[in-house]
Design a protein around this ligand. Structure first.
Ligand SMILES: CC/C=C\C/C=C\C[C@@H](O)/C=C/C=C/C=C\[C@@H](O)CCCC(=O)O
Ligand SMILES: [Zn+2]
Length: 625
């Protein structure tokens, strides 16, 4: 093993000795049994002499046969759990023809997924869809769930191309994060249609993505469609109409878009994330459909991953900020181009406050070791460590470097060169730093970067060593208003407020306002009532505002807000909202805890598996069960 190459602590694969360069996937989707019946043929190549086996990550896969594509011979295999590894693996004995470095083989694996263990796939009943007639499934593989639907080297350090054929009932449509090659009737079963796909850009396993449902599409740009159930198509097409503008802005900064199509899929509300950057087909939560395009920055974020993350990929999950910090930075460079520089600064300020909240929350839970930009993950599941910290600390770090190097836009040339150098491969913080220091060698010799406390930014837990100078023009009014509300002593003084206070505030400025209030002592029930009367936050359609508002209500123990919290928790599976709301609800006393438990029990199967696990952990640690 290359001693400079750090082992991915989240994968058992022997990818130091053998790599999968392409996988071909044949899938039959069976809704009644909630299983995928598959054959995966992996093209492997040995990297050293004497590799006797292919070790793949594998969770709950019921393997029926493994054979060589070339000879048809069966290959011996064993599913086992290696000491110190997070999940089981499939150990396949390789034939003697693979003994030498550079040997190639097609390894064919027939298997079924296990509905109880397949965290990658969410199966929805027709009743859980908008149309109510057809079932639906979608996948979420990041960080390490691909192994529950595909035996693979489930580490971002390995990238492969793939091809796939997916058989589904005739009335359904299958899509993957790939080029769509078309569909045809199944050769022997007239009730099935087979959809074909190909991804020619090598991708890590976490970007494998599949969706099946009664999907329709509408074109929203020269290289973009929006896909969803037909009931939502028009609304989604309007909300995300500015996609092409954002794509073009990104291309100005980081170079040509290399993936062909950039489509968007709007999922049912159980989807646990705001968005997922699946190649060629971004997956989005319907919580972004605010009706006023105010949450479309998530599109800027997801499409930015087409460069930072999907082309240049974090080498392992400890390096997650190489995906997310860079993407958040690029997302905001797009905001500066499409809107203006001040908007970019407001986004960064809101992000900074979110990061502070996440860091304080981990510290309170005794998990400060989750807060460095590059945390140590040995023995930890990436889902547990996930937060906005790599996004915001990472983006703030880049922002700070940009300030030292000359201000807005001065990193753009560097970013383009960085993408060109590392594209189709992976990267570590150390490689990035070396490349940055070489690229800016003149500035370095002039001492411009001398004040950077690299180790503090990169390795130390807690808040970064300094806060970059964000312009506060668009935040000032929110801050002043929050200070006024926080200062209310006598309820009669709330007559100074009126709905005009917020008429000219953007959705983001309102988020800033509510975030500042969250850092203050809890508002009293009377003050919360007055605020509701003045601003009608209970009725907002904007999910970012709603969840912030409800958190304030819970902190103020306003029991009249509990039904609204329960309603959100029952309709929405996005973890960014439901995890903090469950946590806060559990702090509101025994009655609220009972409500939280009942809500979870009723919705456990609506939530994605990892979301359900996270919430169940919160309830357990709160003594709910
Ligand atoms: C340093 C952290 C270590 C590992 C984390 C890696 C992966 C975490 C895993 O839980 C998956 C994350 C998937 C994220 C997908 C999309 C996000 O960008 C959405 C952000 C939250 C939201 O807006 O809803
Ligand atoms: Zn992202």
């Amino acid at each position: 093993m290359d001693p400079c190459r750090r082992k991915d602590t989240c994968s058992s694969a022997n990818s130091w000795g053998v790599v999968v360069s392409h996988w071909d996937w044949e899938v039959a989707v069976d809704f009644p049994s909630k299983t995928l019946t598959c054959t995966a043929t992996l093209d492997i190549r040995t990297l050293t002499d004497g590799v006797g086996s292919l070790i793949l990550d594998c969770v709950g896969l019921v393997v029926s046969e493994v054979s060589s594509r070339e000879s048809g011979e069966s290959l011996a295999y064993q599913v086992k759990q290696l000491d110190g590894e997070l999940t089981p693996c499939l150990d396949i004995s390789l034939p003697s023809t693979c003994a030498k470095k550079g040997a190639e083989l097609g390894v064919r694996i027939s298997y079924k997924t296990d509905p109880a263990l397949c965290a990658a796939v969410q199966w929805l009943e027709p009743s859980q869809t908008m149309g109510k007639k057809h079932p639906y499934l979608y996948t979420q593989c990041q960080a390490i769930h691909a192994r529950s639907m595909l035996p693979c080297q489930d580490t971002p350090s390995v990238k492969s191309t793939f091809s796939a054929k997916v058989a589904v009932a005739c009335e359904l449509v299958a899509l993957m994060g790939a080029e769509r090659l078309g569909s045809e009737p199944h050769a022997s079963n007239p009730t099935l249609t087979v959809f074909s796909f190909r991804q020619n850009v090598p991708i890590p396993s976490y970007l494998a993505a599949l969706v099946v449902g009664a999907l329709e599409s509408k074109r929203i740009g020269p290289r973009s469609h929006v896909w969803c159930e037909k009931e939502m198509v028009e609304k989604a097409a309007w909300e995300f109409e500015e996609t092409e503008k954002m794509l073009s802005a990104a291309e100005e900064v980081v170079g040509e878009y290399l993936w062909g199509q950039y489509d968007i899929l709007v999922l049912p509300p159980s989807f646990a994330y705001g968005g997922m950057e699946n190649p060629c087909l971004t997956f989005l939560s319907p919580s972004l459909l605010a009706g006023d395009r105010s949450l479309a920055n998530v599109i800027a974020h997801e499409l930015s991953h087409s460069w930072t993350g999907n082309l240049v990929t974090n080498e392992n999950w400890e390096e997650f900020w190489m995906n997310e910090g860079f993407t958040t930075f690029l997302e905001r460079r797009i905001a500066a181009k499409v809107f203006n520089e001040k908007e970019r600064h407001l986004q960064a300020s809101v992000g900074w406050n979110q990061m502070e909240d996440a860091i304080r929350s981990f510290e309170k839970q005794g998990k400060a070791h989750y807060t460095p930009l590059v945390p140590e993950l040995k023995g930890l599941h990436p889902d547990d460590v996930f937060s906005c910290i790599p996004y915001e600390k990472g983006s703030s770090f880049l922002f700070f470097l940009e300030t030292l190097l000359g201000g807005p836009g001065t990193l753009d040339g560097f970013l383009k060169a960085y993408i060109a150098k590392f594209r189709y491969g992976t990267v570590t913080t150390e490689q990035w730093k070396q490349f940055l220091l070489e690229y800016f060698h003149k500035e370095v010799s002039n001492g411009v970067l001398e004040e950077v406390e690299w180790e503090k930014w990169i390795r130390e837990p807690g808040m970064p060593p300094l806060k970059p100078m964000f312009d506060t023009t668009l935040a000032d009014a929110s801050l002043a208003l929050a200070e006024k509300w926080a200062a209310v002593q006598d309820i009669s003084s709330t007559s100074q407020f009126s709905s005009d206070d917020i008429t000219n505030m953007s959705s983001l400025a309102l988020q800033y306002f509510l975030d500042v209030l969250k850092t203050k002592p809890p508002l009293s029930v009377q003050v919360l009532e007055a605020m509701e009367k003045t601003y009608s936050f209970n009725r907002t359609e904007n999910a970012e505002i709603k969840y912030r508002w409800l958190r304030l209500c819970l902190r103020g123990r306003w029991s009249a807000s509990y039904p609204l919290v329960i309603e959100l928790l029952s309709k929405q599976g996005r973890m960014k909202y439901i995890v903090p709301l469950y946590r806060e609800l559990c702090e509101c006393g025994e009655e609220a805890k009972a409500m939280a438990t009942a809500t979870f029990t009723a919705n456990e199967h609506f939530y994605q598996m990892m979301a359900a696990k996270k919430i169940s952990d919160i309830l357990k640690s709160s003594g709910c069960f």
